[in-house]
Design a protein around this ligand. Structure first.
Ligand SMILES: [Mg+2]
Ligand SMILES: [Zn+2]
Length: 226
């Protein structure tokens, strides 16, 4: 077992685009944009935003949904990264404020199974979506569906070095809590870190992170042998 634990965002981090936004653009009634504005202005939390937006989809079938998901691309270097993580016994889990159905299907299409996922739940029945938020946290300032800072705190132990990987707004509370020892950031999250003087390592794809981890593991092995 390695002493490293990695928490990783999904949308925009593992996938190239935000899956839910792409989906809403294609299938939702225009109201979803007004709701998006309310969320961006801080009038509502992402939990409320997500459940309202999923109500903007008039009718949906599992077939249509899977067809949409088959067009979603992931970072080319993510599978290699995962191999590396497994070979080295590193704990890895996905922390996403998106939906389990989306994440599981996208991973499966890429031959990826068996990853621990903390996310919101989505149920499709009778052409309508139902949402469920098992990882919400009323104490978190972000009012997210999945409170990332809460999960990281819960699963942090002094024996583990924690890595966090993310790209956007849903990762702010995780970084703000300063629980992770290393933060890999791109996009809006990297800007946020720079602006708020939070330590972060910039990355453009998962090959950067694999390389960093390779060097890190060599370094800590060297230190153990001294
Ligand atoms: Mg993201
Ligand atoms: Zn939080």
């Amino acid at each position: 077992m390695s002493s490293i634990r990695i928490f990783c965002d999904f949308d925009g981090t593992i996938t190239k685009k935000d899956t839910l936004n792409t989906f809403l653009h294609l299938h939702a009634k225009n109201d979803w944009l007004r709701i998006e504005e309310q969320w961006k202005n801080g009038e509502i939390g992402s939990k409320e935003c997500l459940s309202k937006q999923m109500n903007c989809i008039p009718d949906m079938t599992e077939e249509k949904l899977k067809d949409f998901l088959s067009g979603i691309e992931i970072d080319e270097y993510f599978p290699e990264f995962l191999e590396f993580v497994k070979e080295n016994g590193i704990d890895f889990c996905i922390l996403s404020d998106g939906f389990d159905f989306f994440i599981k299907n996208i991973l499966e299409q890429n031959g990826i199974n068996g990853i621990k996922i903390f996310s919101n739940n989505l149920i499709l029945s009778g052409g309508k979506f139902k949402t469920d938020f098992p990882y919400g946290n009323n104490k978190c300032s972000a009012s997210s569906g999945v409170c990332k800072c809460g999960i990281i705190k819960k699963y942090s132990t002094p024996q583990k070095t924690l890595f966090y990987i993310g790209d956007g707004f849903s990762d702010f509370c995780a970084v703000k809590s300063e629980t992770a020892d290393f933060v890999f950031a791109k996009g809006t999250l990297l800007e946020y870190c720079e602006k708020n003087k939070k330590r972060a390592i910039g990355f453009s794809d998962f090959s950067d992170i694999t390389r960093f981890l390779q060097e890190y593991l060599i370094k800590i092995k060297g230190e153990e042998n001294v």
